[in-house]
Design a protein around this ligand. Structure first.
Ligand SMILES: C[S@@+](CC[C@H](N)C(=O)[O-])C[C@H]1O[C@@H](n2cnc3c(N)ncnc32)[C@H](O)[C@@H]1O
Length: 264
């Protein structure tokens, strides 16, 4: 019987089953963290093994959604690490707009929408809203649906500049609703960074606080694809705990901290 597998074999079999069901390759995520998170959910839900857990969520969409939530970590906030967004506004956007007056931007692993909506608000300081083109993608359909609704707790908006808060949000009790004008700037799509084809011709790719979950091998593949997806002179903006050790290997050069530019 499958439940009699050794713990390591049990997890390995689970990884295979999940890949076949969903195309999500858990083997490309750092194993100790991933296993710890999933283990705690499996135990809370009372399954003796990972394979039992898989069998249960195969026929229970709510449990499957809970598994996805647990594996993806959806924490986000508007203008996360605000000093980095100052660099984006004061240095990167002006530089980019010399090349592309209407830059094509991508927020990859956008979670519940705080990041692409922050980009849209920042771009509104340079462009008419109708000229803003932003793609926002995530692996998890559930967070994309929440992003499309665009309703946030006060903690998520704490770093939104006052003027943007007044212009682009409506307060609803304790919560904040993003305006339709900003929503219209962003096109949301489901996309798996580890498996799906990447669009090309981007002037800016923002991918923050997800690369830390991937193995080195997976990160290398992603950096190669990001570089191919950027136009010469385009920028990649990554998270505060992430770094590209040899950017030149991907045809990128470090400019500001956490910003890399594709060589022209
Ligand atoms: C911690 S959130 C980061 C949100 C936002 N970028 C930020 O920095 O605030 C990580 C997001 O990565 C997404 N994610 C995890 N694996 C992914 C994959 N293989 N492809 C695309 N997105 C993925 C998760 O669903 C989650 O929404």
């Amino acid at each position: 019987m499958l439940t009699s597998l050794q713990p390591n074999q049990d997890f390995a079999r689970f990884v295979q089953l999940v890949k076949t069901k969903s195309g999500i390759d858990l083997a490309l995520y750092k194993e100790p963290q991933m296993k710890r998170r999933l283990n705690s959910l499996r135990e809370r839900r009372g399954f003796a093994s990972f394979v039992d857990f898989y069998n249960a969520f195969s026929s229970q969409p709510d449990l499957y959604a809970e598994f996805l939530d647990q594996m993806t970590i959806n924490v986000s906030e508007f203008f996360r690490n605000p000093q980095r967004w100052d660099v984006l506004r004061d240095k990167v956007f002006p530089e980019l707009m010399k090349l592309s007056p209407k830059p094509k931007c991508w927020s990859a692993a956008c979670s519940t929408g705080e990041e692409p909506y922050s980009m849209a608000m920042l771009l509104s300081e340079f462009l008419e809203l109708r000229d803003i083109r932003l793609l926002a993608t995530d692996l998890d359909q559930h967070v994309i649906e929440r992003a499309q609704i665009g309703n946030y707790a006060a903690a998520a908006v704490k770093d939104v500049p006052k003027a943007h808060l007044n212009n682009y949000f409506t307060k609803q009790g304790e919560r904040y609703q993003i305006s339709d004008q900003i929503k219209r700037c962003v096109q949301f799509k489901r996309h798996n960074l580890l498996a799906d084809r990447y669009e090309t011709g981007f002037d800016l790719i923002v991918c923050r606080n997800v690369l830390i979950y991937f193995t080195d091998e997976a990160k290398e593949a992603i950096f190669t694809k990001f570089s191919q997806a950027l136009r010469p002179g385009g920028y990649l903006f990554i998270g505060g705990t992430e770094q590209i050790f040899q950017p030149q290997q991907y045809g990128l050069e470090a400019t500001e901290t956490f910003f890399y530019r594709k060589k022209q």
